[in-house]
Ligand binder design. Sequence first.
Ligand SMILES: [Zn+2]
Length: 186
Amino acid sequence: MFLRISGGDAFAKMVSGIQENAARVIIGIRALAQYGTMKLSKNLTLGEVTKSHTAIKYGINNKPTGEHLSNLIEVANKIFQPVRNHFNKPIVVSSGYRSQALNDLIGGASGSQHSKGEALDLDGSVDNFLIFEFIKNNLEFDQLIWEFGDDENPDWVHVSYKTENNRGEVLQAVRQNGRVTYKRWG
Ligand SMILES: [Zn+2]
């Protein structure tokens, strides 16, 4: 039985959506073959976003799935590379991909976008507040977080990007009585 929703348009849109997803997954799987040195974007390698001392120490597999790798390529090209190009200086990814096992071990937030390959933590060598301001004012993103620090500069910048439905949410992470809370920016 075939359920027609609203004529041919919806169906055509659904089919093309499935094809796009399949294409992204195939690109991701191919890329896994050249693991580590593979470039996600001009100035970012897969090795840079998957490196983890904790994963090595505990023998945890931190390789992304094909789908997560295609997400990493998106966030690299839509967020990292424009930041890198704007400042024209190395931008350090202090934390990128965390497989579910790694995220659980380090006590990361459950459902963290780091575990889907959608989020990067950026830290230096440009002042972090400049990175934060540039992303906020110039790029499409899902979530942008000023992570701790003080009013002048965050300790690092968390940013995520999704292939669709980016929320453009801007938050500030603060510690209050030992608990982490997220305040809306501004
Ligand atoms: Zn983060």
